[in-house]
Write a protein that binds this ligand. Structure first.
Ligand SMILES: [Cu+2]
Length: 300
């Protein structure tokens, strides 16, 4: 029934597929290679724990019932058994190595940003995000949507029915193409923030003066929500993240619509010429949130 419902309402299913559900017990699978790796590693660890739990508690229960005092059991007299100690040391070490091997491979893959097809620079500010599509001349800020802001300022109790994405909506979503290896360079302009969208499978610190890297490849179109994950000041809870993943063709259309109009491009050289006498102010304007020019270091 769930499958037919998903087929009947693809848009709705996409939009909600990655959100946590009430009473959800397990972690979400997410929609990227990294998130699936994390999910797989988690499931392997979970089942290893389940098997160990069954063996250990089973042996304990068996021993308690089989060798109880009322049945005439006599306590063992030995205090050390070298063979047993070697076995119960070696087996856990082997289990840990077997689990660490694939986990390490996945971790290395998570940090391999080579062969990415595009780069988005993410900058954290108190209290919003700025996104720059490097080399595309497209940049914008993304902040808490007005309705969420109104509700939080008014003191009224938010209603899940009326505002299902209270504090999880923004004015400008980060639009990304699906089936594309996207590299992120992540930094901040004031304090440490962290860019976190659970469905993508990772979070990355945004630190002033440092550029961190990450990458993603979103498999399914949809809306994926996240939040700043580093306590960054009084409005830390009010700088959500919304990623809108769309098919490649739709992304290209969107990107074209975001580029400055040709008229504005022609006007740009004149504006630059006027700006020349202000050379001394250059460092300040570099740091301003409105700067359209990506930092050279971010492109390397
Ligand atoms: Cu923050």
């Amino acid at each position: 029934m769930t499958a037919s419902m998903l087929l009947a309402m693809p848009a709705l299913a996409w939009a909600q597929s990655a959100d946590p559900k009430p009473w959800q017990l397990n972690m979400g699978r997410g929609v990227t290679t990294s998130s699936n790796h994390a999910y797989d590693a988690h499931m392997v660890a979970l089942w290893v724990c389940v098997v160990i739990g069954i063996i250990v508690f089973g042996a304990m229960a068996y021993a308690m019932f089989k060798f109880r005092h009322s049945k005439g059991a006599v306590p063992a007299q030995f205090s050390h058994n070298t063979t047993a100690e070697i076995i119960w040391t070696v087996i856990p070490v082997l289990i840990l190595v077997l689990m660490a091997w694939p986990a390490t491979a996945k971790l290395i893959a998570m940090y391999d940003t080579r062969d990415s097809e595009m780069t988005v620079k993410v900058t954290g500010y108190q209290w919003m995000w700025k996104y720059e599509y490097l080399g595309e001349n497209v940049a914008f800020t993304s902040r808490l949507d007005r309705e969420s802001d109104r509700i939080r300022q008014s003191g009224e109790v938010p209603d899940l029915e009326k505002n299902p994405h209270y504090l999880l909506d923004v004015d400008n979503a980060l639009v990304l193409p699906t089936d594309t290896k996207i590299r992120f360079v992540i930094t901040a302009d004031d304090v440490i923030h962290a860019w976190w969208v659970p469905a993508l499978g990772w979070k990355q610190d945004a630190i002033p003066g440092i550029i961190n890297e990450a990458w993603t490849d979103i498999k399914e179109p949809g809306i994926y929500r996240g939040q700043c994950a580093e306590l960054c000041g009084k409005d830390h809870g009010f700088m959500p993240i919304v990623v809108k993943a769309v098919p490649k063709a739709e992304y290209q259309q969107w990107l074209a619509s975001m580029k400055p109009a040709p008229a504005a491009e022609q006007a740009a050289p004149a504006a630059e010429a006027e700006a020349v006498p202000l050379e001394g102010e250059q460092p300040a304007s570099d740091a301003a949130p409105t700067s359209e020019t990506p930092a050279p270091s971010a492109q390397g």
